[in-house]
Design a binder for this molecule. Structure first.
Ligand SMILES: [Zn+2]
Length: 120
């Protein structure tokens, strides 16, 4: 059994016990979801989140990729052309599916979607 249950957030009682998905404090009767633990468990698997490129290769930090289709870039007449090589990518939990943090030659730092690149 888990002997490392957190103390009660209400009264700091240490006699917390588990009741299903809830933690219960017998001293003040407070019940709360064991979210802390669930979050911690998710954190453990967070590192294992798999990000794949356009053809299904698993990407990892430091990979070099090429852009598979021309991408529009604000302020650039040409955009990023298909075939542009991007070195040393970093996988991030980006907004709107932009899960690659990288620096594109001639454009500077930006975020790309993994679906528009292919691992070299
Ligand atoms: Zn309590």
């Amino acid at each position: 059994m888990n002997e490392n249950l957190p103390p009660c957030p209400e009264c700091s009682g240490v006699y917390t016990y588990e009741m299903g998905a809830l933690l219960v404090c017998p001293e003040c009767g407070h019940e709360w979801p064991a979210a802390g633990e669930a979050a911690a468990a998710e954190g453990d698997t967070g590192g294992a989140k798999v990000i794949k490129d356009a053809v299904g290769n698993v990407l990892s930090d430091g990979d070099t990729v090429t852009v598979v289709k021309t991408l529009k870039v604000k302020g650039s007449p040409t955009g990023i052309k298909a075939g542009t090589k991007v070195r040393n990518i970093r996988l991030v939990d980006g907004v709107d599916g932009h899960d690659i943090d990288c620096k594109v030659d001639g454009f500077g730092p930006m975020q790309l979607k993994s679906s528009v690149v292919k691992k070299v």
